[in-house]
Design a protein around this ligand. Structure first.
Ligand code: CAA
Length: 377
């Protein structure tokens, strides 16, 4: 067993940590006010962060999967918004093309996604198909050189900002459930591709989440991703990997809440001594730190499996399930440590608390993670 990161992975952590402090921390307030962090993403692109695991031949940084997870984790300590934008762009925006695309599709899209010229997004969820993703109703009917898409998608992270969307639609209307679903690469400027309502969310204020409607949107046949009828597997396989990214984001939020709480508890005096030295608070911090450590181990174990090409669906779900619960619990306790100050916007813990909750919902709710885990047992 080896619990050490490699020198390259440590360098990645330091580089991203420094970047986050220098370039992201000053931007947090603007994101809280709803600004999409275009400027930050451009700087991340210069550092090669928009294509961390993409092979060099497609313009990426060709680093290992663990380095990517380290990057999401470090970014999320400062801004969970930046964490999710990068996670969605990479694991469900870029990877489906990388893993299931033709050489021509890879040549067309991957260099632009890896360089940050394009941002990626993923359109699976629909108003009537959330946890039951196979219940989606968007249709894609082949007509000559095009598929004509009709339907609606909701909760699309990066929606409206992204240039390329991995869209799931039903191509065989005689089949139900996971059969008969196909994946498509859809460009933002496709006629009939309509960006709808922006969601006003509890947290992640700088990340954009929109509804998208397809009204006779004509997608060229060469933009079918993978084989017709095999789209559900494209979605599920990429969500396995995506869930490790969300676990890294959740861990980052929890770590940040813990670090801030420890510092605050050392400097806040009540009853003649720091509150950290009062057992009620000290035990709280001990429990928070223990959960964070356990989440970290589950996360990097899932990342290790993924990196070595081993099956990781169950472990990815376990990591997401545990890290997201940890994020919610630790941020809740962080507010308790801060007391009344924690409930104000003068301190970052209330933002961590709001950002944490969604990690138990997107890329599969905690209940769905339990389904995946139990099916694997
Ligand atoms: N990899 C490859 N194939 C897989 C797979 C995987 N991980 N999981 C399932 N499949 C295949 C199965 O083998 C099966 O194929 P066959 O019929 O050929 O055997 C097929 O897919 C159907 O599998 P199931 O019967 O298990 O499918 P199901 O309908 O019961 O659904 C589920 C399973 C796990 C509940 C799934 O619907 C699910 O994950 N739901 C949650 C959806 C979700 O995570 N949405 C997130 C939206 S994206 C997002 O949130 C991004 C963001 O904004 C941050």
């Amino acid at each position: 067993m080896n619990f050490h990161f490699t020198d390259e992975q440590e360098m990645m952590r330091k580089m991203v940590r420094d970047f986050a402090q220098k370039e992201i921390a000053p931007f947090v307030e603007r994101m809280e006010n709803g600004e999409f962090p275009r400027k930050v993403l451009s700087k991340m692109a210069e550092l090669g962060l928009m294509g961390i695991t993409v092979p060099e031949k497609y313009g990426g940084s060709e680093m290992d999967f663990t380095s990517y997870i380290i990057a999401i984790n470090e970014l999320s300590k400062v801004s969970a918004t930046i964490g999710v934008i990068l996670s969605v762009h990479t694991s469900v925006g870029t990877n489906p093309i990388l893993y299931f695309g033709t050489e021509e599709q890879k040549q067309t899209y991957i260099p632009k996604l890896a360089s940050g010229e394009y941002l990626g997004a993923f359109c699976l969820t629909e108003p009537g198909a959330g946890s039951d993703a196979a219940g989606l109703k968007t249709k894609a009917v082949k007509n000559g050189y095009h598929y004509v898409l009709n339907g609606s998608k909701v909760f699309i992270t990066n929606g409206g900002e992204a240039d390329v969307y991995i869209v799931f639609a039903r191509t065989n209307l005689n089949e139900t459930g996971s059969k008969g679903i196909s994946a498509f690469i859809v460009e933002k400027n496709t006629p009939g591709f309509i960006i709808g309502k922006d969601e006003h969310k509890m947290g992640l204020h700088g990340s954009r989440t929109v509804q998208i409607t397809f009204e006779d949107a004509k997608v060229p046949v060469e933009n079918l991703l993978g084989h017709e009828g095999e789209g559900f597997k494209v979605a599920m396989a990429n969500l396995d990997v995506g869930r490790i990214g969300i676990a890294a984001q959740a861990l980052g939020i929890a770590e940040a809440a813990l670090e801030h709480s420890v510092e605050y508890a050392k400097g806040r005096f009540q009853f003649g001594k720091p509150i950290a030295a009062q057992q009620g608070v000290g035990f709280k911090l001990a429990d928070m730190a223990t959960s964070v450590e356990a989440a970290r181990l589950l996360l990097y174990r899932a990342a290790f499996l993924r990196q070595h090409g081993l099956p990781c669906g169950k472990e990815a779900s376990m990591a997401k399930l545990f890290a997201s619960r940890t994020a919610v619990e630790v941020t809740t306790e962080a507010i308790q440590v801060y007391g009344g100050y924690g409930y104000t916007k003068d301190y970052p813990v209330e933002r961590f608390f709001r950002d944490a909750k969604i990690t138990e919902i997107y890329e599969g709710t905690s209940e769905i993670q339990r389904i995946v885990i139990s099916k694997n047992l």
